[in-house]
Design a protein around this ligand. Sequence first.
Ligand code: ADP
Length: 365
Amino acid sequence: MTPTDTMIMDALRTVDDPDLHRDLVSLNMVKAVEITDSDVRIGIELTTPACPMKDRIRSDIVAAVTAAAGSAGATLGKVTVDFTADVRRPNEKTQDKPSPLPDVKHVIAVGAGKGGVGKSTVAVNLAVGLARHGATVGLLDGDIYGPSLTTMLGLDDVAGRMQGNMLMPFEVHGLKAMTIGKLVDPEKALIWRGPMAHGAFKQLATQTEWGPLDYLVIDLPPGTGDVPLTLAQLLPLTGAVIVCTPQKVAQDDARRAVRMFQQLGVEILGVVENMSYFIGDDGKEYDLFGRGGAELLAQAMNTPFLGPLPINMDLRRNADAGTPLANWDSEPLASELDRLVQNLAAQISIASMSGRLVQPTLSVT
Ligand code: ADP
């Protein structure tokens, strides 16, 4: 006897997505089952191309199919699992206001309690990392008081383009990017009063011709000022990432940023501990700032921890040179970045499927 479709589907009903805690069939992730003699080929559509659980899902499927065939007395040949990905939109039921960017599936804000902790660096590398996995990604420099993406993306000599009254994003490093740094004189200090900041951000976000995107990553100004408020009320956010260095003083500021998003009803997708430690030429790890501090903060605030990012000279060099893709030529940096990217992608899928997303409201107490 050879395996049957029913046997395979029943086996797949016993395999849970390890992040989403539901079985592959009810999650509608099984896209194909082909049986040729005793060989079985299964097509699984993941909720993100950056899924960190591929290997685990594959081995769980092989184990379940092998067990099902064994107990039915069927002869089983080779089991092949093919992965594709389709980034799913957040649970629609909870989004009651139409988005001004209907073709963008997920808006992810990257914030920090204070400046200089590496927020822009993390935003750039999360965006580039998601794109490297095959996702369609936009990156918006919403740090209108101190835009750094012109430098970090190497846009100095690239001319901006308009089409009608829409800004065309810069297509660089596999991303679509937009920064106010290309629209105003970089030598002039950007002094925005509240309403101007609100207007400038709104224009950048909604008058850029993003086209369809899986993820739009937004680099916010540090702190808890006008722009995060505007953003939370303007666009339906899947959630926010908070970048924090390990020191106590940085944690205190990050805690305020986490609370601000929570008060706005915005999900915290995770905390990144930047400048977590330093690996010297001697190969030793030096905990300059008290490694683990941001992880403790994440635990205390009951939010996911996306991982640490050590101090790394290549990261700084490639940021200054505007060549973020070169970070993936440098180990262990590439693996460290990719772990953050995959953990973020998983948290986005979890938040989207769980129906926890709500339209932000501001309650002042
Ligand atoms: P923020 O956006 O929080 O103000 P930036 O991302 O602009 O911070 O980073 C500030 C500086 O620190 C930049 O020169 C950047 O290249 C550098 N930097 C950030 N994170 C790291 C790191 N993990 N290792 C080395 N340099 C870093």
